[in-house]
Design a protein around this ligand. Structure first.
Ligand SMILES: Nc1ncnc2c1ncn2[C@@H]1O[C@H](COP(=O)(O)OP(=O)(O)OP(=O)(O)O)[C@@H](O)[C@H]1O
Length: 248
């Protein structure tokens, strides 16, 4: 059974522009999918729809086999967590931020797990008593990821979460998440402009362009782009391997 699925999803935004029309796809547990598109095609919008942070114009979403209408939005978001590029820290300390989920759901705060996750994203030396607002952008991004992981979501909707990280931290985050996925602890949907990253972390690609979604294996996507739009996109990024324009 798919853990997350959408059928005939259409989204028209203010001003009347339709970003995508009747797109359908699903993700199995515990897959890792890269959502790729030229800028402005609706990647973040689609991710926000999948987190029930925005409503589709038409179409149906299902999580764990149950339609969105049958879920409380907060319960849905607890299972399918959206991790934003611009992370927002709650007022208070790093520890206060890390324990958000346990306070919200009245469950014990697993300090040991939090420490392990902080270490995995290269934040072992962070002072937990520090005001979270004083962290750098990249530190906030990683604390925000750890905060989400502590809620043990089944699906992580990752919106360019490594965009402000240096290479070392980026790879640390990728390693943590791919290990979780390999251990069947999480299904991942990554929005990324970084095609090297998409190739490293995913086994499938959803390519969004001209209002349609193409769904294919990651290696196939790079070797045999599924559409002219994908071919042009890879070509512009210098990644069309058939055209001999590069690649690892
Ligand atoms: N609520 C909204 N109201 C009006 N326009 C919107 C809204 N949400 C998104 N848009 C527009 O829809 C388009 C797609 O936005 P979105 O951020 O989803 O694209 P994207 O593929 O993630 O872009 P990028 O790669 O540049 O981050 C943009 O032109 C954006 O301005």
């Amino acid at each position: 059974m798919s853990i997350l699925a959408f059928t005939d999803l259409t989204k028209t935004v203010a001003g009347g522009r339709t970003l995508f029309t009747r797109i359908t796809a699903s993700v199995e547990e515990p897959e890792s999918v890269a959502l790729i598109a030229p800028s402005g095609q609706g990647k973040s919008t689609l991710l926000r729809l999948l987190a029930l942070l925005d409503a589709p114009t038409a179409g149906e979403l299902r999580l764990e086999g149950k339609a969105a209408s049958g879920w409380q939005p907060q319960s849905w978001r607890r299972r399918a967590a959206y991790v934003a590029q611009q992370s927002v820290m709650l007022p208070g300390s790093v520890a206060h931020n890390l324990s958000t989920c346990s306070r919200l759901h009245d469950t014990p705060f697993d300090r040991e797990l939090a420490a392990r996750l902080m270490e995995a994203v290269s934040l072992s030396s962070t002072d937990w008593e520090k005001n979270a607002d004083e962290l750098s952008g990249g530190e906030k991004q990683r604390v925000s990821l750890v905060r989400s992981l502590l809620g043990e979501p089944a699906v992580l909707l990752l919106d360019e979460i490594t965009a402000s990280l240096d290479q070392h931290c980026k790879l640390a985050v990728e390693k943590l998440l791919t290990e979780m996925q390999a251990a069947a602890k999480a299904t991942l949907i990554w929005v990324s402009h970084d095609l090297e990253q998409a190739r490293r972390v995913s086994s499938r690609v959803w390519f969004l362009a001209d209002g349609s979604l193409a769904d294919c294996g990651t290696e196939d996507f790079f070797r045999r782009p599924p559409s002219l739009a994908a071919e042009r996109f890879l070509s512009r990024q210098g990644r069309n391997e058939d055209a001999g324009e590069g690649g690892p």
